[in-house]
Design a protein around this ligand. Structure first.
Ligand code: NAP
Length: 346
């Protein structure tokens, strides 16, 4: 919509520019030399007037209003679902294409849910809004796509170890403060997380369905993996846990294929997956870690081995780690924007 016809670089807006994801989107646009005419930064009234640097120039953050999208071609949203529900339609009416990081539109049948390495063709059917998937879903399934294409995955078991930054800037600050207080023997009243965060792990901080027992994060991973793989039959069960890590999510994965698959074959396919780096050194006991994934674009994959609990030889276990602020959010959104402005899309 709009950009290709205009034939010149787009005017880009970031909504939620001061947040954990927003700041990374600014960095990705700069690092990847994204061709744009100008960049506008929006957040809440709290941040109006604040300056953030882009390509060496300080840009003023403006308060988001209904009038913010005049002349905007591409709007990258990362300000929470409520803001997306209110302002994404406003942006589309103003002529912009929206790439939304929140969960507001992800399961909407009219809205493509896109990982460029898996389903770029889905972009063609957008009607102004494109959804960026859940970070844990992106990090879990991107390494598996070449396997799924070669030998269809029918069952997926996921256990995530999710970092504080997945819950935003305030959660990162809480982990730091709680840890400092713990080490100094001081009491600490948590404000952001439902449970003490220092040296503790707990079930993901989303609502639990009283009937199924699954929380919203686990249901997102299941539903979104099915939508992105365009396979509603895919059987998925996830257990999502918060861990006291500042940045980058890790995930233990077991998948079952339609036909037997050897660990060597799975390793070969995963090593060749776009956006994935193999870290699988049994001798040195060196495998994916959030420390190594943090700040990097690649999803690290390793510990690839036969699942001994499945005598049919159809199941593989592995461990992955990926920076959910980058590939799980900002980088994936900017890659979608790059695909959109590529000739033939838009
Ligand atoms: N963190 C992750 O790893 C991750 C991964 C995938 C998707 N997401 C999604 O991305 C979104 C942002 O997450 P985050 O982690 O970046 O959160 P965050 O650090 O809490 O940042 C929230 C951003 O939203 C802005 N905002 C809040 N209320 C606003 C309002 N009324 N009008 C305009 N802007 C407003 C904030 O501006 P102020 O600074 O002015 O308050 C800030 O820029 C969420 O929907 C989240 O689910 C996050």
């Amino acid at each position: 919509m709009g950009m290709e016809r205009r034939g010149k670089p787009p005017v880009v807006a970031i909504v939620g520019a001061t947040g954990a994801v927003g700041v990374e989107m600014i960095g990705c646009l700069e690092r990847r030399a994204f061709a744009l005419e100008s960049l506008r930064l929006y957040a809440s009234a709290r941040s109006a007037g604040k300056e953030l640097e882009f390509r060496g120039t300080p840009l003023k953050v403006e308060e988001l209003t209904e009038a913010s999208f005049a002349g905007v071609d591409l709007a990258l949203f990362s300000a929470g679902s409520a803001i997306s529900k209110q302002f994404a339609p406003v942006a589309v009416r103003a002529g912009a294409t929206v790439i939304d990081n929140s969960s507001a539109f992800r399961m909407d049948a009219e809205v493509p849910l896109v990982v460029p390495e898996i389903n770029p063709q889905a972009l063609r059917r957008h009607r102004g809004i494109i959804a960026n998937p859940n970070c844990t879903a992106i990090i879990s399934i991107t390494p598996l796509w070449p396997v799924h294409r070669a030998n269809r995955i029918v069952r997926l078991l996921i256990a995530s170890y999710q970092s504080a930054s997945g819950a935003g800037a305030a959660a990162m600050e809480e982990l730091r403060e709680a840890t400092r207080a713990y080490l100094e023997g001081r009491p600490y009243e948590q404000r952001v997380m439902p449970h003490p965060y220092a040296f503790n792990v707990f079930s993901h901080n989303t609502r639990v369905d009283p009937v199924s027992g699954y929380n919203e994060e686990e249901i997102k991973v299941r539903e979104e993996a099915r939508k992105i793989f365009a396979d509603p039959q895919l059987r998925v069960s996830a257990t999502c846990i918060r861990v006291p890590v500042l940045r980058a999510h890790s995930v233990a994965i077991t998948f079952e294929c339609q036909r037997p698959i050897a660990a060597e074959e799975a390793r070969r396919l995963i090593a060749g997956a776009p956006g994935v780096k193999l870290v699988d050194d049994r001798e040195r006991n060196y495998f994916p870690m959030p420390r190594d994934a943090s700040g990097g674009d690649a999803i690290l994959a390793g510990r690839i081995r036969q699942d001994l609990s499945d005598p049919s030889g159809r199941s593989i276990a592995l461990f992955v780690a990926g920076d959910q602020l980058l590939k799980g959010a900002a980088l994936n959104a900017v890659q979608i924007a790059e695909a959109l402005i590529a000739p033939g899309n838009g």
